[in-house]
Design a protein around this ligand. Structure first.
Ligand code: ACO
Length: 325
């Protein structure tokens, strides 16, 4: 039986030029390199320049992904952009990307699921491709979290950074087996009972302001590993694959301790885990494509590899995707 699968054609990423290291941060906030590295694994983060917008980061990442895929922007008929830090309340940041790429056809929209945004965007684009609504999509995660941080709150400002990453995916006929290339299964979850554990204290309909990120760090940590393992178990159950079959585990890059604990609980060997959080901190929806891009460019992820993605974040939201590269 022939089925349509969303196959990855290429990936790209972009980090703003300005690097803010832990030591420099410790000169303005009561923290230390040692504390941040020990609790999170983060050593530095990138900060967007004045006037550099989420769409600017997204456009760089999208262009890099198109070049890596070797396809023309005109062949893209769908852009799904995950972000919690859009340029404006509306229009969607995705349409700025679409315009900058000179695309005047198809559809472009934003999607917001905080740190799980990229998994949600990938699952959404995959559904639209498999339903025949589009043929080739740009799936982007792009954030400027530096703009919503309270730089006097050491409990949150040390954790996040700015960046963007993108994948080009295309609907291709496959055999309909778990050996197929492309997205094999996706699983999305949310539970709004946890919405006050990680949120932004502003918004157009509440305060009329942008607001700042607020978080109960311990509560997030407590739920993260259980939620991540739940949704990865669902991916294993749906495909019959196990932790041993995974070639690469590319988790949302929030915190090295959460990543290590999740991999350990799932029985995924440490050498299969792609970790880049040390280089850019938590870039929310951008973190998975940023990590994918590093592992593809350094030759770790190759065609045919079984790649497992997961994320968890504000809402709470959480999700997984299993794909053959
Ligand atoms: N530097 C130095 N000390 C700090 C800092 C800091 N940046 N931040 C907090 N502390 C202090 C606290 O004030 C507290 O001091 P006290 O004992 O004198 O009261 C002490 O360190 C311990 O604070 P906790 O918040 O209990 O520290 P914890 O070990 O839980 O680590 C952290 C905090 C890193 C935020 C942890 O809870 C965590 O990783 N949570 C997950 C959060 C996360 O990753 N969120 C990302 C978004 S969600 C997602 O993407 C999965």
């Amino acid at each position: 039986m022939s089925v349509l699968r969303s196959v990855v054609l290429g990936c790209g990423a972009y980090l703003p030029e300005r690097v803010l290291g832990n030591a420099e941060l410790a000169s303005t906030v009561d923290t230390s390199d040692e504390w941040i590295v020990q609790r999170t694994g983060i050593r530095q983060r990138h900060i967007a320049a004045v006037g550099e917008l989420t769409s600017d980061l997204a456009i760089h990442a999208a262009r890099a992904a198109l070049a890596n895929a070797g396809v023309d922007a005109q062949s893209i008929d769908l852009i799904v952009l995950a972000t919690s830090t859009p340029d404006q309340t509306f229009p969607a940041t995705a349409v700025s990307v679409q315009a900058a790429l000179g695309i005047h056809h198809g559809a472009a929209f934003d999607l917001q699921a905080v740190c799980t945004g990229f998994v949600y965007a990938l699952a959404t684009a995959d559904s639209l491709l498999r339903a025949g609504n589009a043929k080739r999509a740009l799936v982007i995660g792009a954030e400027t979290f530096s703009r919503i941080l309270d730089w006097t709150d050491r409990g949150t400002c040390v954790l996040f950074g700015d960046g963007a990453g993108a994948l080009v995916i295309e609907a291709q006929p496959q055999k309909g087996t778990r050996e197929d290339r492309g997205l094999l299964t996706t699983h999305l979850r949310s539970d709004g009972r946890h919405k006050t554990k990680l949120y932004v204290d502003g918004g157009p309909s509440s305060t009329g302001t942008v607001g700042h990120l607020r978080m109960e760090g311990r509560a997030v940590f407590k739920h993260a590993v259980a939620m991540i393992t739940d949704v990865i178990d669902a991916a294993f159950k749906a495909t019959g694959y196990t932790a041993n079959d995974i070639t690469w585990f590319v988790p949302h890059q929030a915190n090295k301790r959460i990543i290590d604990d999740s991999a350990h609980k799932l029985g995924i060997a440490p050498e299969k885990v792609v970790i880049t959080v040390d280089k850019h901190g938590n870039t929310s929806a951008a973190s998975i494509p940023l990590a994918l891009n590093v592992a593809v460019k350094d030759g770790r992820i190759k065609r045919g590899d079984l790649v497992l993605l997961e994320a968890m974040g504000g809402g709470f939201t959480w999700g997984s995707a299993l794909l053959r590269w």
